[in-house]
Ligand binder design. Sequence first.
Ligand code: BT5
Length: 334
Amino acid sequence: MKDRSRDTVAKSLDQQILGLFRAKPGGVVSGEELSSLLNVSRTAVWKHIKALKDLGYRIDAVPSQGYRLLAVPDLLIPEEITAGLATCRIGRRVISFRETDSTNEVAFRLAEEEAEEGTVVVAEAQRRGKGRLGRRWESPAGVNLYCSIILRPPVLPVRAPQLTFLSAVAVARAVAATTSLTPFIKWPNDVLINDRKVAGLLNEMSAETEKVNFIILGIGVNLNMRREQFPADLRHPATSLFLEQGREVSRLAFVRALLEAIDALYETYLHFGNEPVRKEWLALSNVLGRRVRVSFQESETVGVAEGIDEDGALLVQCADGSVERVLAGDVTII
Ligand code: BT5
């Protein structure tokens, strides 16, 4: 892969050094300790400390004592994302990029090469972030979250949309865990705060007739994006957590909360099926009981949104009393 992965920038020795710092929170680790525990020269230790500082770690040299880790950067790099991550399946492998075309594309290729379930791909920026139907997802550097997760659920392809609902619920849980904001879900794949879109989901699948090979959960969340970073011509009003709460969120805290939410929801899904996820989705939905217009290509359905069924279809009660199952489209609340 030609992208410059942080995976390869921060090699395992850096991770080991950080591990030693973490074992002594706020404490001083001597150069001698580092070099003997890691079995490298004092010069090699110094070079790695410098590389970590270049990445944004604040490390103090305490004269004749050693080094002290003062602060970690809010960078989406594997060693920070996975530090203290409480998941069983999601995020055992994390791959990060300073920039890539689309994390969904990277994850799709990795999944085709048999990458294990739960592998997470994140990027600081995307050159060609994808929305649905060939749309673009604005992905400026260093402020948001762009991530894609490989799942291999043992379900029929027709059930795959259930995982979109699962990821929407997970984003809502992560927003609630890291802010005091109240998120809502708009069918099928938007997460809103105060009626403005804060996150979008693009799930892609590789399947045979009776079997899902893998699903890529693609999740874009506007975390610290500034107003001037939004293009003027968005389809729906958009926002970021920063704009809604007036202060920055820790991107690392958010991504950990999100991966933990996906992990917990996915375990529930595998053991108890879709119903618990569907119930939570319904409780977070902003369309239930409201009059909606759903447009998909040339067609349009107007009526009252009543719920979602097992396959994730939106159930819309039309004026003649009939209930239509809508499988795809864009919803406008009338
Ligand atoms: C989505 O599509 O909402 C799915 C977005 C998925 C993005 C993630 S990022 C990680 C992963 N890798 C990828 O390449 N993609 C996924 P849709 O419902 O079609 O909405 C797209 C529309 O939202 C665009 O046409 C714009 O009008 C608007 N939009 C674009 N960027 C936005 C942003 N950052 N925030 C809010 N709205 C945006």
